[in-house]
Design a protein around this ligand. Structure first.
Ligand code: GCU
Length: 390
């Protein structure tokens, strides 16, 4: 990305910290009725549901829960994959509603050297299929199966195109047209990101039924647009122990009100099929949003959240991503009493901060998901699962 100056971009995107206008964020701890929120009960029964509803109505759209049938079919397996280190299962997950169905392919490697059930990381990916090659003839650090296996983690992935094409003209294939067509008529209906999150939830449905997988130690990971979907998955579905956002930026971990790098208007213009229709109301109008992205982090509490950024990925606003994590994790601390206190200042490059339940790092380099990122996610999970086992 060429970094233009503000003057060169009248359409308005900003990379200059000093040009950020003052903003105030919605308060996590005051309900819509003006009630102060300080107990777990108030959080879980009043404030959390209302914030969740605001994100559904204004940002991502609903995630429908009703389905008639879900079936899992092992279509191929190799017990000696990855030079004998892993058991590969390719599973077709078929979901039916109103006599129509869609099928999503899960690619899953389970470590052989460890006793199962194994903890698992699921990657939601929109990148080329070569990144999730089940034969492992093509390997990529974007999904480093061999390293995950060596560290005792099962590696799982699905491609978003099985659920909803990552394209404005075809995103209604397959999920929206076939299973939930009524959503398309709703101003707060599910769109692309919501469909991908729905897909990740079906992967969890499978993990819960596979005795080789420890579904209670499952992390959902996404890069960039996949990271936005991962956050929305973790918020919707409390079965996930860890939610990992890698460089998810605008509409992901970054605070919208900072208007740094990508803005709401920009993302709604370039990707009109990701968010629900109502989100357009906030183009150039972020202050009117009843939520901001730190609240997504808050909705994850008391479960674990990891936010990763890259030093040269200003488009995704590393500082705005960190601020969301810092402000959102107040729910972990102030409601659940988990001792998470991130530093005041943005941590330096390659200086990961791994607190119990809250992880952060800024990798050196460009917008990407790399082995460095995955190694940090595994370190963080090792630490978290050790605490939880105590
Ligand atoms: C674009 C888009 C981002 C998105 C990214 C990606 O840059 O503007 O919002 O995160 O693509 O998915 O790589």
């Amino acid at each position: 990305i060429v970094i233009p100056t503000f003057a060169q971009s009248p359409d308005g995107f900003n990379y200059d910290e000093s040009r950020i206008s003052a903003y105030s964020l919605p308060d996590l701890f005051v309900s819509l009725q003006g009630q102060p929120i300080s107990s777990i009960h108030q959080w879980e029964f009043t404030r959390r549901p209302e914030i969740l509803r605001l994100f559904e109505n204004e940002v991502y759209g609903q995630v429908p829960r009703d389905l008639d049938h879900i079936a899992f079919k092992l279509v191929s397996e190799d017990k000696k994959a990855v030079d004998g280190a892993a058991h590969l299962k390719e599973v077709d997950i078929t979901v039916a509603r109103n006599e129509r169905e869609i099928t999503i392919r899960l690619i899953l490697f389970i470590p052989n050297h460890k006793e199962t059930p194994a903890p698992v990381f699921l990657l939601i990916t929109h990148r080329g299929h070569e990144n999730i090659d089940p034969t492992r003839q093509q390997k990529s650090d974007f999904w480093p199966v061999e390293q995950l296996i060596a560290n005792g983690y099962a590696a799982a992935a699905f491609h978003v195109s099985d659920v909803s094409d990552d394209h404005k003209d075809t995103f209604t294939e397959d999920l929206l047209e076939r299973l939930y067509p009524e959503q398309l008529k709703m101003e707060n209906g599910m769109r692309g990101l919501g469909a991908w999150a729905w897909g990740a939830m079906r992967m969890m449905d499978y993990f819960e039924r596979d005795p080789d997988i420890d579904a209670k130690r499952a992390g959902v990971v996404g890069h960039s647009r996949g990271g936005k979907a991962a956050l929305w998955t973790g918020v919707q579905d409390t079965r996930w122990a860890i939610t990992v956002s890698n460089e998810s930026g605008c509409g992901g971990a970054a605070l919208s009100r900072r208007r740094f790098g990508e803005t709401v208007k920009r993302i709604n213009t370039n990707f009109p099929y990701w968010f629900t229709d109502n989100f357009n109301r906030y183009n150039d109008n972020e202050d009117a949003l009843p939520v901001d992205q730190h609240m997504l982090v808050g909705l994850m509490a008391p479960r674990a959240v990891y936010v990763a950024s890259a030093s040269e990925d200003q488009w995704a606003d590393p500082k705005g991503e960190f601020l969301s994590l810092k402000l959102g994790s107040r729910v972990h601390r102030e409601i659940y009493g988990i001792p998470v206190d991130l530093p005041e200042k943005l941590p330096g490059v390659a200086q990961p901060v791994h607190l119990p339940y809250i992880g952060h790092h800024i990798r050196e380099g460009k917008h990407n998901l790399t082995l460095y990122d995955w190694e940090r996610f595994m370190d963080f999970a090792d630490q978290l699962y050790a605490i939880k086992n105590d």
